[in-house]
Write a protein that binds this ligand. Structure first.
Ligand SMILES: [Zn+2]
Ligand SMILES: [Zn+2]
Length: 565
């Protein structure tokens, strides 16, 4: 079943695109189909694999009608795909949520939704892409992860997704990262009134105006009225170190300097590191030669320096692979004064501002793509050393650049001493197959904690209003926040935070998440022995799911559920 699931979407697409005609079984007619994916890489890879498969079957005509659609494409490419969709020359489009809202693609006849949508309205947006004029097909395909399989239960699918009221929209007007940006951009458009505009820019408007004033960005030209006076464009002046997706990095072909795509600077570090393979649609593959992330701080000049990833065409053998960045993450509590504690049952949980540092490891994975006709998707991956680092321009000129810092909101709780003692005792038993034989008892104890952390982070998606992709976590054996004992951090992936952690701290939400985590590991649909992507493995894991112990993770979660009341 495990390997079979990987091809469900492909089987569906083939059935929809090459449907035999009732009267003439040797000819086919097509349902124009859209497949929604959770990530760019996933959309591109399904599109490529499907095209390869059609060519393998002698259906080059169908292969030529498939297109991926994603935000990294140039505006011209995106317009072309939309035209092809409307005039029917594109029969199958493989998209991310970039194609969800506000784009007219006409009326298609089938939608495949791969994985849990960001929200209930998002589900309806996707499903609403089809069937406006005539009956259509919508298929939800749970991916191999615990949250999707939780939703795959028919009753939960109906009551929590398909027919449920839209979730409350969570936002935080006091998020400095967002508020300062909007304030700067607004000041360039219109005067800001420091007395009356608090409604739009939060209670700390005066303080924020003072910061911009001191930086020489705005001036008070009448009492209480401020206007943008800097020559800089406020839209492009965010520190790459402290913000996510604030600048655009161009992807340029070395042969002719042509721009073939663009991506935000945050994604660029993980997608376009030197040596990475960049898949540009179905037919073109490139290898990244170098990545230049531009000035670290716009205010220190250098604005003429380009943000660019230079790519060259991949050789035939390179096109058989894709690459996955490996990252390391650290979390630190930044402002003790803002930390608030609360008991969830007998678990002592804290929330507060955290600094998250994500660093590119000195290795990455090269993974072989599936060959057409092969059953399932291959798991061959090779660890490759990073030979060159991305660069950025700091105060002393160009430098190696390998990490991004952001401040966000987090919650954390220590593992109670008695619970951890039990984990350590279990870790003394003879090793099982899932854990490398040479693992020490300490590493095995951490494998249990790592598994529990994965499930807790992913199952935050059971709380209405939380998209689990906006949440990440870290398990540590020792950290100052836990008086140098073990514990779990759960944090938002958005700079400044958007209120999701507050929501998790409300009522019984965190308790529900921990209970859902235990329920998933106890009821993995694969009935796996050592853990699989449908229970403890996590698609966002920075170290690619090394050191995970399903059974000990389950026992730890059992203890945590008891403590959480
Ligand atoms: Zn499993
Ligand atoms: Zn992990």
């Amino acid at each position: 079943m495990g390997s079979r699931r990987g091809t469900v979407v492909l089987d569906l697409v083939r059935a929809l695109l090459a449907r035999p005609q009732a009267r003439e079984p040797n000819t086919t007619i097509a349902h124009q189909t859209i497949v929604f994916h959770r990530s760019r890489g996933e959309a591109n890879r399904t599109a490529r694999y499907q095209a390869d498969q059609f060519i393998h079957e002698g259906r080059d005509d169908l292969a030529g009608t498939l297109r991926p659609f994603m935000s990294s494409f140039t505006a011209i490419e995106r317009r072309e795909i939309l035209d092809d969709l409307r005039d029917g020359s594109c029969l199958g489009v493989f998209a991310t949520s970039a194609l969800e809202l506000g784009i007219d693609i006409g009326d298609l006849s089938a939608a495949i939704i791969l994985g849990t949508p960001h929200s209930r309205p998002s589900y309806r947006q996707m499903a609403g892409r089809v069937g406006r004029r005539s009956p259509a097909i919508v298929v939800y395909v749970p991916r191999d992860n615990p949250l999707d399989n939780w939703y795959a239960d028919e009753r939960r699918f109906a009551s929590h997704l398909a027919t449920a009221e839209p979730e409350p929209v969570i936002t935080d007007p006091e998020n400095d990262d967002v508020a300062m940006l909007h304030l700067a951009a607004a000041a360039k458009e219109l005067d800001i009134n420091c007395r009356t505009d608090e409604t739009f820019f939060g209670e700390r408007l005066k303080e924020r105006l003072r910061i911009l004033d001191e930086a020489g960005d705005i001036q008070e030209h009448k009492k209480g009225l401020f206007y943008w006076s800097s020559a800089d464009d406020p839209f492009v002046r965010i520190n790459v170190l402290a913000a996510k997706g604030t600048h655009t990095v161009e992807i340029r072909r070395m042969e002719d300097r042509q721009v073939i795509g663009q991506v935000d600077n945050w994604s660029a570090l993980w997608m376009l590191f030197p040596g990475a393979i960049y898949e540009d649609g179905i037919w073109d593959t490139y290898v990244v030669e170098s990545l230049h992330l531009g000035p670290l701080d716009q205010r220190h000049g250098h604005s003429e320096v380009e943000r660019v990833a230079w790519v060259r065409r991949a050789t035939t053998s390179q096109t058989k692979y894709y690459t996955v960045a490996l990252t390391e993450r650290n979390v630190a509590v930044v402002d003790e004064k803002k930390v608030i504690g609360r008991n969830v049952g007998s678990l002592k949980v804290h929330r507060g501002p955290v600094k998250v540092t994500q660093t590119l490891a000195d290795h990455y994975f090269r993974v072989r793509r599936a060959e057409p006709g092969a059953a399932g998707l291959p798991k061959q991956r090779k660890k490759m050393p990073l030979r060159k680092w991305p660069t950025a321009v700091g105060p002393d000129g160009e430098c190696d650049f390998r990490s991004i810092e952001m401040e966000s909101a987090g919650l954390w709780f220590p593992i109670p001493t008695a619970v951890w003692e039990a984990v350590k005792e279990r870790a003394q038993r003879p090793p099982r197959a899932s854990i490398p034989g040479e693992a020490t008892p300490d590493e095995r104890a951490m494998s249990a904690l790592h598994a529990a952390e994965h499930l807790i982070c992913r199952m935050t998606g059971v709380v209405p209003g939380i998209w689990e992709g906006d949440i990440a976590g870290l398990s540590v054996d020792s950290h100052p926040a836990f008086s140098d004992g073990p514990g779990i951090f759960v944090h938002e992936n958005t700079p400044g935070g958007t209120g999701l952690i507050d929501l998790l701290m409300e009522g019984d939400n965190l308790g529900n998440v921990i209970r859902a985590a235990l329920e998933r590991v106890e009821n993995c649909p694969n009935h796996c022995e050592n853990g699989c992507p449908r229970c403890i493995q996590d698609w966002l894991c920075g170290n690619q799911n090394f050191f995970l112990d399903k059974e000990d993770g389950r026992l730890l979660l059992q203890d945590l559920v008891r403590r959480a009341g």
